[in-house]
Design a protein. Structure first.
Length: 474
């Protein structure tokens, strides 16, 4: 049994054996004493600690959660001791020089230090140990040869991670993360971007336009860094406020539908209570509410997280909310698909909205007077049916038919709702279809219209009609 303690190394938490901690602490103290003070030394130490944290993290697994003495000894063997570093600087013999330049398998990264635009060409050059100018020439040639260079460059920019940490920059060049490598990187890293000035004349020719473009990118990046926090703040406020309003509207709407499911409200002249009795109304409202409310809640937390620069929902709560949302959405869609045919059948069988015809007695009638914009009179030449009104039953019920001697008067009656709310309960036009008669006079008023097929035929000349007003309304 060994005592363990918890430590924080380069922002990462580890559980380590007490004796392993003592060995690791002594190793770090030796490195700090060797590097001395100053900004460069602090940078080197930070890079070394970051690399050590990554190495220790890779030694852990689901079955091994504690750093042991063996892990620390293996780390020191890879990083090298202070004595090893002193011998490397002295360069005593060829054997030690080979030990200094330890090589590992290279990894593909974007090189930000030698970048002109995104560091893709520089990263490829470091990986293949080739001058990056060659890759820049290839990309430029592909751009002018059809534009594929931009697409390939963008894909590689997305696919290749950026070498931010010092150990990643060493891996990019195939160098082992030793103490000497970190110190050498700290000395040369700041001058890498000036390397193009020391390159050949051809390298300067191909790199200069890209360096200018890089300068534009850097200027845009600086402006973006200035305005991005403001844009992010306003976006977070907008997302939060808009989501709160949406969540309130969803809640009020769902509660309204739930409370008024058995009310006298009508939809297409059908009482809502006759529709809700056909389906599991409460379950549909609940599933619909969760399907809409959970995304609104997540957007609220997202907006607050953007404003506060902090994640407001942990992974567990987010996963639970997303799971509930998916179940509610599936349940809501399944219920709607299940009961939609019954609702459709109810609408189709509504007596008030079914299409019907009403025969009108025209015996002795010599004049027709129509009043109301819903009345359309059609005079057809080949009409064999007796005169009749054609339309929905609810619309025909609102057409008053009255005889006054030899005159037939059709009058539109307004819709009376008796103070009941009815959605999409609007009257539609009614057609009054009669056969052609030369002795029949038609008068219209208050928006009624007449279509006379006979007069259209008589007034058709060439490829156009004469003025419709001369024969449509008398």
């Amino acid at each position: 049994m060994k005592k363990t303690i918890s430590i924080n190394l380069s922002g990462q938490n580890f559980i380590i054996e007490e004796d392993a901690y003592g060995q690791l602490l002594a190793y770090l103290e030796n490195i700090k004493q060797h590097c001395g003070a100053g900004a460069d030394a602090a940078e080197v130490i930070a890079d070394i600690e970051n690399s050590m944290a990554e190495k220790l993290k890779s030694s852990l697994s689901a079955y091994k959660e504690v750093i042991t003495v063996e892990d620390v000894e293996s780390l020191i063997k890879i990083m090298g001791t202070i004595e090893d570093f002193n011998r490397e600087i002295g360069g005593l013999d060829n054997e030690n020089e080979e030990k200094t330049d330890q090589r590992i398998k290279r990894k593909l990264y974007r090189d930000p230090d030698n970048a002109v635009i995104g560091g893709v060409a520089a990263g490829l050059g470091a990986y293949f140990d080739i001058d990056p100018v060659l890759f820049r020439v290839i990309f430029c040639a592909l751009v002018f040869a059809g534009g594929s260079g931009l697409f390939i460059y963008a894909v590689l920019w997305i696919a290749m991670p950026e070498a931010k940490a010092a150990y990643q920059k060493l891996e990019m060049r195939g160098q082992a993360p030793t103490i000497s490598a970190f110190k050498q990187l700290a000395k040369t890293g700041k001058n890498i971007q000036e390397g193009w000035k020391k390159s050949s004349i051809w390298g300067k020719i191909f790199s200069l336009p890209l360096v200018i473009i890089n300068g534009l990118f850097l200027a845009i990046k600086k402006l973006w860094k200035i305005f991005w926090p403001i844009i992010k703040l306003f976006f977070g406020l907008f997302l939060t406020i808009f989501s709160l309003i949406g969540l309130g509207a969803i809640g009020v709407g769902s509660l309204f539908l739930l409370l008024y499911g058995n009310s006298s409200y009508q939809l297409f002249f059908i009482p809502v209570s006759e529709l809700t009795i056909l389906l599991p109304y409460c379950w549909i409202i609940l599933a619909g509410f969760l399907s809409l409310a959970i995304p609104a809640i997540l957007f609220i937390f997202a907006g607050l997280g953007i404003i506060r620069k902090k994640n407001m929902v942990n992974f567990t709560i987010g996963a639970i909310l997303v799971g509930i949302w998916m179940i509610a959405g599936i349940f809501f869609c399944a219920l709607c698909l299940r009961y939609f045919p019954e609702l459709q059948k109810k609408f189709n069988s509504n007596q008030l909205t079914n299409h019907t015809e009403q025969v009108v007695d025209m015996s002795g009638i010599k004049e027709i007077e129509a009043r109301g914009e819903l009345i359309n009179i059609s005079v057809l030449a080949n009409q064999t049916k007796p005169a009749h009104l054609s339309g929905r039953k609810i619309d025909l019920d609102h057409i008053d038919i009255k005889k006054d001697g030899d005159k037939l008067i059709l009058t539109e009656q307004p819709l009376i709702n008796n103070n009941e709310i009815c959605l999409n309960c609007n009257l539609q036009p009614v057609d009054f279809i009669i056969a052609t008669s030369s002795s029949l006079k038609i008068k219209t008023d208050e928006g009624a219209s007449v279509f006379d097929e006979t007069k259209i035929k008589q007034n058709f000349k060439g490829d156009k009609y004469e003025s419709e007003e001369e024969f449509l309304v008398e």
